[in-house]
Ligand binder design. Structure first.
Ligand code: GLN
Length: 280
């Protein structure tokens, strides 16, 4: 007989040996995922015996986690800005910084019926959060990947948000009309950094991570097109890499954006450039 606590202890040691950071939390998450309870609830069940029905899938998940499969893929879900989203290899695993971007965008003073576009929506965490928090906004989610869009669509159904439209689109190619706000967490990692990335990150779709030699290929295309698709007075907001702020500020200003401001993330990195299309 194996108890919850013994399973957690054994799994933690297994993951530690395989170099997984935060091994105990990982193991607790796997066990709570399997048992359908929260991590806190596990503490009340340490002596509960686990039968093979739970142990077999847990061993399988543990093995995969030890091989570097991301915890979020094994759990199949991820929390983003207080909502649970489906998460798998069709989209980028949401990063904590992007929740901060959502927070900043939610400070936009847009009236009901105004249009917001999320370009490169991936699993939909950013655009769907905006739609759920601001039911009066009309939110369009666009992505070049049909797989990512399918995942975003499943998340939209799961969250029961009605004020969204999903469009398959290479940046703006499939998107119709003008917007009051445009947000984008595009791929921004330089191709050359691939070799140094941790093995978990390599389970993200490469399409969602890399963008040319300096990481800015897509953002260079995005900025002028975004300017063309914004209504006068409309806002743009981006997430960028840790050393890209001065270049992206230059791109925004060079295209005629005003009020350009690069906001820092919680680690103090210049992470979120904002700009406004002049009113006239
Ligand atoms: N911040 C992510 C990473 O470094 C990249 C996300 C992105 O390219 N948008 O893994």
């Amino acid at each position: 007989m194996t108890t919850v606590l013994e399973t957690i202890d054994g799994g933690t040691r297994y993951l530690e040996k395989r170099g997984i950071d935060d091994a105990r939390r990982n193991m607790q998450m796997l066990v709570s995922g399997q048992l359908g309870c929260t991590r806190t609830e596990l503490y009340m069940q340490f002596d509960r015996p686990l039968d093979e029905e739970d142990l077999v899938p847990l061993r399988e998940a543990l093995k995969k986690r030890g091989e570097g499969v991301p915890l979020q893929h094994l759990l199949g879900t991820v929390w983003f800005h207080n909502r649970e989203f489906k998460c798998d290899g069709r989209g980028l695993i949401p990063r904590p910084e992007t929740e901060e971007l959502a927070e900043w965008v939610l400070t936009w003073d847009l009236a009901d019926g105004q249009r917001v576009l999320d370009v490169g929506c991936g699993s939909g965490v950013l655009g769907l959060t905006l739609a759920a928090e601001r039911p009066g906004w009309d939110v369009v989610l666009a992505d070049v990947s049909p797989e990512a869009l399918a995942l975003a669509g499943e998340n939209a159904v799961e969250l029961a948000v009605g004020n969204v439209e999903l469009v398959e689109s290479d940046l703006f190619s499939g998107v119709v009309g003008e917007f009051d706000g445009i947000v984008a967490n595009l791929p921004y990692v330089p191709l050359g950094e691939r070799a140094e990335m941790c093995r978990e990150v390599l389970h993200d779709p490469a399409l969602a991570l890399f963008s040319g030699a300096d990481g800015l290929d897509l953002i260079r295309r995005f900025v002028p097109e975004a300017h063309g698709r914004l209504k006068p007075g409309g806002w743009v907001a981006l997430e960028i890499g840790h050393d890209q702020a001065s270049q992206v500020r230059g791109l925004l200003e060079g295209c005629g954006f005003t009020e350009v401001d690069v906001k820092t993330d919680l680690s103090g990195v210049d992470r979120f450039p904002f700009g406004r299309k002049p009113v006239s």
